[in-house]
Design a protein around this ligand. Structure first.
Ligand SMILES: *[C@@H]1O[C@H](CO)[C@@H](O)[C@H](O)[C@H]1NC(C)=O
Ligand SMILES: *[C@@H]1O[C@H](CO)[C@@H](O)[C@H](O)[C@H]1NC(C)=O
Ligand SMILES: *[C@@H]1O[C@H](CO)[C@@H](O)[C@H](O)[C@H]1NC(C)=O
Ligand SMILES: *[C@@H]1O[C@H](CO)[C@@H](O)[C@H](O)[C@H]1NC(C)=O
Length: 392
């Protein structure tokens, strides 16, 4: 009897707890709905579009949802939208949008819709918006779209003036832009690319040479080094030469800089090292092919002795030199790379402009201010109008 009673009261406790929980849940839902309504009430179209974009996780290689969202959004706004699958999976889509049926446009406006990992949820604190991609580069995407829609609604641009292009994979390998370059059959006179530039015009940016070095040695007792081949000392010599070589420089972009970011070598202090690896990234101010040549020569020299060094190239791009003199705009020198060099079409001029600073991009603290967003809409409008009215 007693145990039945205990069982009964247990059941009733569990039951009432679950009723209470579902009540709580309902209350929470109500509460979050009313907060959402409240937030949407005070949200401009700009802030809402930016929020929608940041809320969708779109880490490189997982851009499907954000592409679908953007395609729908742009269609709803009356643009003609083409999606472009960059591989056989059909899941990685660039978006190309224009007014009416004029696929060619005087001004191409472009940015990227993928982000670096990890996903960081959207969070708004007063005038600041946090979250992955808030700056790099969904701030650019949202402001490029709204500036273009504003100009169209005000009758300041017509069919054939502006086309929008949003690509995937910029943060990984530029595969989205490379695909556009080969397969998008459209012509443009000028281009505006969107990345965080603090609302200034980027004068250009460095290229990249990213490579790994692998030295195969032969282990032996450290008391008898002549019995082994020391991979570590070899790697040290190579890195010393790499660090102290002279590289091409550029008036605007400054020096090429060398970062031996990873060194992984050896097994123990009393063993002659059988293996030594390093990964080096050079930010190239000028002539990336010359930089490749310098590195190859060093490796060749050091390889004379044992032929035990491998050079593995993983990323290579030339610097981009952009146009940056437009009345009313300041300029800025940038040290980061973009996918601009992969679009090798013949532009009369190319600009890089966007809200927010690269200093917070890729960080856990990525954020953008609402003021920056609002200014960028006006900035893109100004730049677009300038290019449309420019002679030549
Ligand atoms: C891929 O994106 C979807 C939609 O944004 C998201 O729900 C999912 O968590 C993402 N997956 C990974 C592995 O990031
Ligand atoms: C570039 O390198 C040279 C030589 O090392 C140095 O004198 C100069 O200050 C550097 N320039 C910049 C902008 O860092
Ligand atoms: C744009 O910049 C490029 C590269 O510096 C230059 O060759 C070109 O003349 C510039 N075009 C205009 C219109 O200023
Ligand atoms: C845009 O142009 C207007 C009118 O020339 C100017 O007053 C304003 O400062 C410009 N704003 C930006 C962000 O370029």
């Amino acid at each position: 009897m007693k145990s039945q009673l205990v069982l009964f009261s247990l059941v009733s406790i569990v039951l009432s707890a679950s009723i209470f929980q579902s009540f709580l849940k309902g209350f929470e839902q109500l509460n979050s709905i009313s907060q959402e309504v409240l937030q949407q009430d005070e949200e401009t179209e700009l802030i809402k579009l930016h929020r929608n974009l940041v809320e969708i996780s779109s880490i490189s290689q997982n851009e499907t949802s954000v592409s679908e969202f953007l395609a729908n959004y742009l269609k709803k706004q009356g643009l003609t939208v083409e999606t472009q699958s960059i591989d056989d999976s059909g899941k990685r889509q660039n978006i190309y949008a224009y007014f009416g049926d004029s696929k060619d446009a005087k001004v191409l406006i472009s940015s990227h819709i993928d982000t670096v990992p990890p996903f960081i949820p959207y969070r708004r604190e007063g005038d600041l918006i946090y979250g992955r991609g808030s700056v790099d580069a969904k701030g650019s995407v949202a402001t490029q779209i709204l500036s273009t829609l504003n100009l169209f609604q005000n009758g300041e641009i017509q069919n054939g003036d502006v086309a929008l292009l949003f690509v995937v994979s910029e943060e990984l390998d530029g595969a989205g832009m490379k695909f556009v370059n080969e397969h998008l059959d459209a012509n443009w006179d000028h281009a505006i690319f969107g990345e965080p530039t603090e609302g200034k015009l980027g004068v250009g940016h460095k290229g990249i040479y990213n490579f790994a070095i692998e030295v195969q040695g032969k282990a032996s007792h450290s008391g008898y080094p002549e019995l082994g081949i020391d991979a570590n000392t070899k790697l040290i010599n190579i890195l010393h030469k790499i660090i102290h070589s002279e590289y091409p420089t550029n008036e605007l972009l400054g020096n090429s800089t060398i970062n031996p970011g990873i060194i992984d070598a050896g097994v123990a202090s009393n063993v002659v090292s059988p293996i030594a690896k390093a990964r080096v990234l050079i930010r190239v101010a000028s002539d990336a092919s010359k930089v490749v040549e310098i590195i190859s020569n060093i490796i060749e020299e050091e390889n004379q002795e044992y032929h035990n060094i491998n050079l593995i190239q993983s990323q290579y791009s030339e610097p981009a030199y952009l146009n940056f003199t437009v009345p009313g705009f300041e300029s800025i020198v940038l040290a980061y790379a973009t996918d601009i060099p992969y679009l090798t079409r013949d532009f009369k001029s190319r600009y890089l402009y966007g809200p927010g600073t690269i200093h917070v991009a890729h960080s856990a603290n990525e954020y953008l201010s609402i003021k920056d967003l609002e200014n960028a809409v006006i900035g893109y409008e100004n730049l677009t109008k300038y290019l449309l009215h420019k002679q030549d």
